[in-house]
Design a protein around this ligand. Structure first.
Ligand SMILES: NC(=O)c1ccc[n+]([C@@H]2O[C@H](COP(=O)([O-])OP(=O)(O)OC[C@H]3O[C@@H](n4cnc5c(N)ncnc54)[C@H](OP(=O)(O)O)[C@@H]3O)[C@@H](O)[C@H]2O)c1
Length: 239
């Protein structure tokens, strides 16, 4: 497979690049081709230190998307529309993977009259200090992305609950389950195989793209649990 990672210079993009390059051709995408090339060189140095083939390349996001079979959207939710606008002209038969989680800390906003159970709460809106899922109008980030993509584009939502630090640490054992959501069994099977390419990750079919909100929203839950209980790099495992 030729796998392009848009936002491949970022936290989670680095982990995908390092982990996917063992079996696939990996292209880093960035808004700035020089930055992508610098990241590719840095990642190749890491691979070389592990005795692995250092074949990662870097280019601008549009060129990266054009030359791929698989496109990881490894960028933040708010930057999605501009990226989709950029790559739309070069989309043909690529499978798109959304790892995007819309979440916020300071915007966890509770309205005083939101629930009849809150009669004792002071009559003013207030904010609470934890990460919460910020549900997009379409239901999930993946459903928003589906609306922006040309009709017929295959989109899979996955990898939301894997911590970037461990993904990018080739010594780290990744003992996690990875939900896979999408409307095409064909593309879900391909993405599940990509999950299996990473040792100790288990792909689990969650259902159609409509189920992606449930999986996306697990990420702020994981981060809240990690920070309150001093747990590092935790993920999801169904036992
Ligand atoms: N971090 C995690 O542990 C984790 C886990 C699961 C899922 N995710 C999801 O993965 C996505 C990326 O997270 P991240 O932590 O890797 O993000 P990040 O490092 O903050 O950003 C990723 C890349 O986005 C690009 N970018 C920044 N501003 C942009 C803009 N205005 N337009 C287009 N591209 C822009 C940058 O690349 P260039 O400057 O090179 O263009 C940056 O390297 C998010 O949607 C997140 O919810 C993250």
């Amino acid at each position: 497979m030729k796998i392009s990672i848009l936002g491949g210079t970022g936290n989670i993009g680095k982990g995908f690049a390092l982990r996917m390059s063992k079996k696939h051709e990996v292209i880093i995408g960035s808004r700035n081709a020089e930055k992508a090339k610098a990241s590719a060189a840095e990642y190749n140095d890491i691979l070389a230190n592990y005795g692995m083939e250092p074949g990662i390349t870097g280019t601008d996001n549009k060129t990266a998307a054009e030359h791929a079979n698989i496109i990881f959207l490894a960028i933040r939710y708010e930057n999605i529309p501009s990226i989709i606008d950029l790559i739309r002209p070069v989309l043909d038969k690529q499978i798109i993977i959304s790892v995007v989680v819309p979440m916020a800390k300071d915007r966890c906003h509770i309205q005083h009259d939101a629930s009849p159970l809150m009669i004792d709460v002071p009559k003013e809106d207030y904010y609470v200090n934890y990460f919460c899922y910020t549900t997009p109008p379409a239901g999930s980030a993946a459903q928003e992305i589906a609306m922006l993509l040309p009709e017929g584009t295959e989109l899979v939502a996955s990898f939301h609950n894997v911590p970037s630090h461990n993904l990018a640490d080739l010594d780290a054992e990744l003992n996690y389950d990875v939900g896979v959501c999408g409307n095409s069994e064909h593309s879900k099977n391909i993405v599940s195989d990509l999950v299996r390419d990473i040792p100790n990750l288990r792909p689990l079919d969650v259902g159609p793209l409509e189920t992606s909100a449930m999986v996306e929203s697990l990420t702020p839950l994981i981060i809240n649990i990690a920070s309150r209980n001093r747990l590092k790099n935790i993920g999801i495992k169904f036992v």
